[in-house]
Write a protein that binds this ligand. Structure first.
Ligand code: SF4
Ligand code: SF4
Ligand code: SF4
Length: 312
């Protein structure tokens, strides 16, 4: 049965949040249910293919990434290989080392934004601070709209966006597939331009996917689960991976095949209408009112018993 907005607010005023939640999800937000259709990559979607079996850990890609993105060098280290140990607001690309406890096996792993087909970061942002380019699918940050709430950081299944902690007007920093460099006439991103082994290559997602599958077909048993990570993971990503070692061990978690935003869209809409804060406030008022009545009743009863005047 459909619920009008007036009825929804009436329910809110009664503090009946569960009714609101059920009503909103089933009836009041039909456009959201429609938007839950599976997203596909844009026709011209660009991306990277990183083959961990080809990477020699030289970090040339990190150096070029910093140069093309005009980021200051970050030399903090974990004392092993990681320098810096994680992505941060002046590191958009990092090469990490995975090593077994006995040191008998190892693999490198390149971490940067995955340019998700249905990005959690973008869908979580209530202010339109992240955009996905309609043609290339590149996910980029729009400083003018960002209020620095860091919702995008929490929503990203790969822990990519980095918040700039120092500065009066903090930025959210992440790989934008060198879109500024390419807009200025650059032929390809810094990381793919300098990689000496072609461990990371750049191109259209559909071509990269074909290339990855042909490597798997040509090398039976070489790649973990004969799988291209990112083909379907988190709803599909434009950065794709091949690895000999378990993806989870090198830093690519099992996030399932659904994109993260489905649940976020509902909370987003609730916040957009200010319905959730109103519902919580109405619930608190109803709860406080009920407690106050009970409290007054007890005081009156106490006065009858003791003869002492109550303090409200
Ligand atoms: S990897 Fe994270 S930051 Fe990059 S597009 Fe996906 S959700 Fe956004
Ligand atoms: S595409 Fe550009 S910004 Fe992204 S990791 Fe490569 S060099 Fe860095
Ligand atoms: S430049 Fe290529 S080989 Fe060197 S660390 Fe980066 S991805 Fe690996």
């Amino acid at each position: 049965m459909a619920m009008t907005r007036r009825e929804a607010f009436k329910n809110l005023a009664k503090g009946s949040l569960p009714i609101l939640a059920a009503g909103c999800v089933s009836t009041a937000l039909p456009e959201v249910a429609h938007a839950e259709e599976e997203k596909v990559a844009p026709k011209g979607a660009l991306g990277l293919l990183y083959d961990a079996t080809k990477c020699v850990g030289c970090k040339s890609c990190m150096v070029k990434c910093s140069e093309y993105n005009e980021l200051q060098p970050d030399t903090r280290t974990d004392g092993l290989h990681q320098a810096p140990p994680a992505l941060n607001y002046f590191t958009k690309n990092i090469i990490k080392l995975y090593r077994t406890a006995d040191g008998s096996d190892h693999s490198y792993f390149k971490q940067q934004c995955m340019h998700c087909i249905d990005p959690g970061c973008m869908n979580a942002c209530m202010f339109g601070g992240l955009r996905k380019d309609e043609e290339t699918g590149i996910v980029w940050w729009l400083g003018a709209k960002c209020v620095g709430c860091r919702y995008c950081e929490i929503a990203c299944p790969f822990h990519i966006p980095a918040f700039q902690w120092d500065g009066f007007n903090p930025k959210i920093v992440k790989c934008e597939l060198c879109r500024d460099h390419i807009a200025k006439g650059g032929k390809q991103p810094g990381c793919t331009e300098v990689c000496p082994t072609n461990a990371v290559i750049y191109g259209k997602r559909e071509d990269l996917l074909k290339e990855a599958k042909s490597r798997i077909a040509a090398n039976p048993g070489k790649y973990f689960q004969q799988k291209v990570y990112g083909e379907h993971d988190a709803g599909g990503t434009q950065v794709l991976y091949l690895s000999r070692v378990d993806f989870d061990k090198i830093g690519l978690p099992d996030v399932g095949e659904n994109s993260i935003p489905s649940g976020l869209k509902y909370s987003h809409m609730l916040y957009k209408w200010l319905a959730l804060p109103i519902a919580l406030y109405a619930g608190m008022v109803a709860f406080a009112g009920k407690n106050f009545k009970e409290h007054s009743h007890h005081l009156v009863e106490d006065q009858k018993k003791t003869g002492l005047r109550p303090q409200l």
